[in-house]
Design a protein. Structure first.
Length: 234
């Protein structure tokens, strides 16, 4: 029987730990006991590296999938909006060059893909404007208990500032059109409103839409409706 190299206590044959001091034991060549080696941390390090690499790869795949989805949506919208003609049908001379260019993924600040950095500049501003109009309309309806308000009424009740004056005010490079329908009556019907935000020509690509029952939507080819895709950043 061999003794523990740490405390000298006799150790049981083939024991992995000392019964007295509980320290790990290992056997040298010929059966003599020696101090056990400390457990290594290498497996945990390799596992952490593998998890980090997997996370990076998955993140890249998600970003790439979103880019492809946005590009397909833009291409489909442009195809639906293109007029019939020799350049826009299978028997013509090929696709219109401008439509092909417009179907490329949208770019934001510094030329980076928009679906990565989100809206910037006037697009980010008009998204905030549309959310502000929705809040103003909700407050006006709560106050009057009757209907949603026009731009003039919202300004008069101090829910919007005078920059929204007029039938089609231009705010942050977008022309705004507000439409109101119905009012609260004894039959319990509810009013509704919708706002279209169309870019001033030559400034932006996205047209926006919002209503009392719809989040912000967008269209790349023309005025947006409640059938168009949701704006991802709102």
């Amino acid at each position: 029987m061999n003794n523990c190299p740490f405390c000298g206590t006799p150790a049981q044959p083939l024991a992995n730990f000392c019964g007295a001091c509980r320290k790990p034991l290992s056997r040298a060549y010929g059966g003599a006991l020696k101090a056990g080696s400390k457990p290594t941390r290498l497996p945990f390090i390799f596992l952490a590296i593998a998890v980090a690499v997997t996370a990076v790869v998955l993140g890249f795949l998600v970003i790439r999938a979103r880019q492809d989805r946005d590009a397909r949506a833009a291409s489909e919208q442009i195809e639906r909006a293109k007029p019939a003609g020799p350049n826009n049908n299978p028997g013509g001379n090929g696709p219109d060059a401008k439509a092909v260019a417009d179907s490329s993924p949208e770019r934001g600040a510094y030329g980076l893909p928009r679906n990565i950095i989100g809206p910037t500049g006037s697009e980010a501003q008009v998204i905030s404007v549309l959310k502000g109009i929705r809040s103003a309309e909700a407050a006006y309806l709560t106050e009057t208990s009757k209907s949603y308000g026009t731009f003039a009424e919202l300004i008069a009740h101090h829910y919007l500032n005078p920059v929204f004056a007029g039938d089609h005010p231009v705010v942050s490079g977008y022309s705004l059109t507000l439409s109101i329908q119905g009012s609260v009556d004894s039959r319990g019907s509810l009013p509704s409103f919708k706002v279209n935000a169309d870019p001033v020509p030559g400034t932006n690509r996205r047209h926006y839409y919002i209503s009392d029952s719809s989040p912000i939507r967008y269209n790349l080819a023309g005025p947006a409706t409640d059938k168009d895709p949701f704006e991802d950043y709102q």
